[in-house]
Write a protein that binds this ligand. Structure first.
Ligand code: COA
Length: 310
């Protein structure tokens, strides 16, 4: 039996920061941001709302959605580059908060591809019968490492969390194939010094190439054709990058997830947040073939083809 997602949840801060708000703070415009990135607003966590708070809320929703007992979770994986502190890990912090008393716990640092790395790691432990359930969270409070003096990056990012419970699902469903990758030579294009620093042009080129390639690779590995894909969830970094992978796969506009206009780029949280909304709003249905693909600092990338349903 394949490993698959049996419960999902998300958490977003209340406070919205619109492009018009940013116009008042820096030399930018709603027109530029919308045209160049597709973003209209993003959520910003308050000083009191930390990464672990958002992670806990998303995790609790995923646990309730899966209908499992937290004590049956064998492993917690939290993908984040903005933990509250280097240690204890976010996974250990929420282990205690959600009462997952029997779970091992660790964080994953793979930037915006982190949730893909988490799901793929979970798949290995589930299919080898080591653990029954694994909690995977993608969460970021990017606002705390954003350089609010740098219009090149400040307009792009937002805060939030998404979570999934991974367990065994019916034959034919679940994670069908995956690809993970990294290219450390590109680390200089996207990194944290004190703040987040980015060479947008280079990241853009890498992302367009890698998103399309990885999506095609997982389809092939699953023994499927492009025509078999029902829905694409690309990492929500830039609408132009997302559109290029959608077009490469030959999918219509309504078959691609789009939350970037509301939340900006939430890094490791972007794919699980989108997944929750697509399922809740009926765009993803049982037995749909869904391709998820992410890329980010490292450089890293990851893609998964799955058949949705328990
Ligand atoms: N408002 C207004 N103008 C801005 C701006 C902003 N927020 N940010 C940059 N500009 C200006 C630049 O200063 C530059 O002006 P100039 O021509 O007078 O020098 C012009 O817009 C073009 O900037 P450039 O950085 O060359 O644009 P671009 O076509 O590369 O687009 C991004 C910028 C950030 C939208 C694009 O590079 C991108 O999305 N890259 C990928 C980022 C990404 O996905 N990161 C996350 C990875 S997980």
């Amino acid at each position: 039996m394949n490993a698959g997602i049996i419960g999902i949840g998300r958490s977003l801060p209340e406070q919205k920061l619109t492009n018009f708000d940013l116009e008042k703070r820096m030399d930018t415009s709603d027109e530029w941001i919308r045209t160049m990135t597709g973003i209209q607003e993003r959520r910003i966590a308050s000083d009191e709302e930390n990464t672990s708070h958002m992670a806990k809320k998303a995790a609790e929703k995923a646990i309730a959605d899966a209908g499992i007992d937290p004590a049956d979770i064998g492993l917690i994986l939290v993908a984040t580059v903005t933990p509250d502190q280097p240690f204890p890990s976010m996974a250990c912090v929420i282990q205690q908060q959600i009462g997952a008393v029997n779970a091992a716990a660790m964080d994953i640092s793979a930037a915006c591809a982190g949730f893909m790395y988490g799901l793929v790691t979970a798949k290995q432990f589930i299919e080898s019968d080591v653990y029954k359930y694994i909690l995977v969270v993608g969460v970021e409070k990017l606002s705390k490492i954003t350089n609010w003096e740098d219009r090149n990056t400040a307009v792009l990012f937002g805060d939030g969390a998404g979570a999934a419970i991974v367990g065994k699902v019916q034959e034919g469903r679940g994670i069908l194939s995956f690809e993970l990758g990294a290219d450390g030579t590109g680390g200089k294009h996207l990194y944290q010094d004190k703040h987040l620093v980015m060479n947008g042009r280079e990241v853009f080129k890498f992302a367009v190439r890698q998103m399309g390639e990885s999506a095609e690779n997982v389809i092939q590995k699953a023994g499927l054709e492009k025509e078999d894909i029902d829905f694409l969830i690309p990492h929500q970094a830039n609408i132009r990058i997302m559109e290029s992978s959608r077009e490469r796969l030959g999918l219509p506009v309504d078959k691609m997830s789009k939350t970037i206009h509301k939340y900006g780029n939430t890094s490791a949280a972007s794919i699980p947040i989108s997944l929750v909304e697509d399922v809740e709003e009926g765009r993803i249905k049982e037995d749909d073939v869904v391709v998820m693909v992410g890329f980010g600092g490292g450089l890293t990338w990851g893609a998964i083809a799955m058949r949705w349903g328990k």
